[in-house]
Design a protein around this ligand. Structure first.
Ligand code: GLA
Length: 394
C-alpha cells in the first residue's frame, strides 16, 4: 500500500520515489470526559490506529501543492507561500494551509513542498479527522523544515489553528490525544494544567467498539459554541463568590451551595461539567484497578448527563447507546466527541461482538431508518514520521 500511494504521489507531482517522506497522525476516541476540556476539567481519550497519512517532499518552488486521495474531485490545490490566509475555495486544504501559516510565524518556510494525503478515519464522525490532518501536517512541516518544535507545542499550535484559522472554538482534547497518543494506553489529561498520565488500557477479554450513527455532525455550526458560552457565563457568576479558575475546580458540593446564582439552563450545563469531571477521575481510578464494571457504569452515567443536562445527544446517539445497554455483551456505552451525531464508544466482551453488531445495528435501523457502522478499535500511537512499511496500518 505504501508503494502504491507513493506511485500515486509521483503520478501527481513527478520526481523521485526516494525523496518522499511519510508522516502519520491518528484519529482519537474519547472514553469519558466529554465537554470538560474547555471547562478546565479532565478527559480520558486514546489515539486510534487509523488516521491520516501525509506523503511529502520539499521542493524549490515558491508554492505548496496539496492533494487528498479522499477528495479527488478537488484536484491539486496550489497555494503560494506569500498568500496563506484562509480561502473558502481551498476547502479541506485550509487545515494544512492554516498549519503552514502558523509555522511561517515560527520558522523560515523558505521554499514549498508537495503533499499527498490519505486518511482512513470516517469524516465528520467525531473521531477527530480534522485534528488528525492538523497534526500530520505539523509533524511533516516540523521535519521538512527542521523546525525542532516539541510535540506539546505542535498540539497547542494545532488547536490555535482550529480556533483562529478554521473558526471552530474547540478545546485541547482532540489535538492532545492525536499528538500524544500511546499504543494500548488511554491518556488522563487535566485540561487546565495540561498535566497528564498514560493509563494502560487493559480490557482483558473485551474490546472497544465504535459505532457510527452515520448522521453527519457539523461542529462549527452546531450548538457547540453556545454550550461553551453558557458555561463561561456561569463561571463568571460563580467566580464572584468562589475562588475558582474554571469549572474544573468546582465540586458538586460547592455547586449545590451556589446553584441559586445561576439560571436554570446554566445550572444544568454546569452540573454536567462538574459531575462529568468527577466521573472521569473516578473512571481513571476504576481502570487502574481493573474494575471495568464500574468504568462501564460511569460511561452510562456520562451519556445520561450529556443527554439530560448538556443536551448534546439526539435521537440517533440515544438509539445506539440504548440498544447497546440492552445487549448482554456490553460493559459500557456512551456517545463520544462533541455529540449531535457522530459516534458512540462501547466496551464489549469479545465473544459477543458479532451479536452486538448484529442486534444493535438492527435495532438502530428499525428506529432511525438507516444503518449504523461498526469498527473494532485498536489503540495506536501519536503523530509521527513513518519510516517502515510495517508501521502503516491501512
Ligand atoms: C470536540 C472538541 C473537543 C471537545 C469535545 C467534547 O471533539 O473538538 O475539544 O470539546 O468535542 O468533549
Amino acid at each position: 500500500m505504501i508503494k502504491q500511494l507513493k506511485t500515486e504521489f509521483l503520478a501527481r507531482f513527478g520526481g523521485r520515489e526516494e525523496d518522499i517522506r511519510v508522516f502519520f497522525a491518528p484519529g482519537r476516541v474519547n472514553l469519558i470526559g466529554e465537554h470538560t476540556d474547555y471547562n478546565g476539567g479532565h478527559v480520558l481519550p486514546c489515539a486510534l490506529h487509523i488516521g491520516t497519512y501525509a506523503f511529502a517532499r520539499k521542493t524549490d518552488h515558491p508554492f505548496i501543492r496539496f492533494y487528498s486521495k479522499n477528495f479527488p474531485e478537488k484536484g491539486v490545490i496550489t497555494v503560494s507561500l506569500d498568500e496563506l490566509s484562509y480561502d473558502a475555495a481551498h476547502s479541506w486544504a485550509n487545515y494544512p494551509k492554516g498549519m503552514v501559516a502558523a509555522f511561517a510565524e515560527l520558522c523560515s518556510i523558505d521554499s514549498g513542498f508537495d503533499v499527498f494525503y490519505y486518511g482512513n478515519i470516517p469524516n465528520g464522525a467525531g473521531l477527530s479527522s480534522s485534528a488528525s490532518i492538523e497534526l500530520a501536517t505539523a509533524v511533516m512541516v516540523n521535519a521538512l523544515y527542521s523546525a525542532g518544535i516539541e510535540m506539546l507545542e505542535l498540539v497547542k499550535i494545532s488547536q490555535k489553528v482550529e480556533n483562529k484559522y478554521i473558526g471552530v472554538n474547540c478545546g485541547i482534547m482532540d489535538q492532545f490525544a492525536v499528538g500524544m497518543g500511546k499504543w494500548d494506553h488511554a491518556i488522563l489529561l487535566n485540561c487546565q494544567t495540561l498535566t497528564y498520565r498514560y493509563l494502560p488500557l487493559v480490557l482483558n477479554d473485551c474490546s472497544i467498539v465504535i459505532a457510527n450513527t452515520n448522521k453527519q455532525r457539523g461542529l462549527a455550526d452546531s450548538a457547540y459554541n453556545e454550550r461553551r458560552a453558557t458555561c463561561e457565563a456561569a463561571l463568571a457568576k460563580l467566580r464572584q463568590v468562589l475562588k475558582i479558575q474554571s469549572l474544573g475546580d468546582l465540586t458538586s458540593a460547592q455547586l449545590e451551595q451556589c446553584q441559586h446564582l445561576l439560571s436554570p439552563i446554566e445550572q444544568k450545563r454546569v452540573r454536567h461539567a462538574v459531575t462529568e469531571n468527577e466521573r472521569t477521575m473516578e473512571a481513571a481510578e476504576a481502570l487502574e484497578r481493573g474494575d471495568l464494571a464500574r468504568f462501564g457504569e460511569l460511561m452510562k452515567q456520562s451519556h445520561l448527563s450529556l443527554c439530560n443536562d448538556y443536551e448534546v445527544t439526539g435521537a440517533e446517539l440515544d438509539a445506539l447507546v440504548e440498544a447497546a445497554w440492552k445487549h448482554e455483551g456490553t460493559i459500557g456505552a456512551r456517545m463520544t466527541g462533541a455529540g449531535f451525531g457522530g459516534c458512540t464508544v462501547n466496551i464489549v466482551k469479545d465473544e459477543h461482538i458479532p451479536s452486538f453488531i448484529e442486534q444493535v445495528g438492527r435495532e438502530y435501523k428499525q428506529k432511525i431508518g438507516y444503518e449504523a457502522s461498526f469498527y473494532v478499535a485498536k489503540i495506536g500511537g501519536g503523530a509521527r514520521e513513518i519510516k517502515e512499511e510495517k508501521e502503516m496500518v491501512l
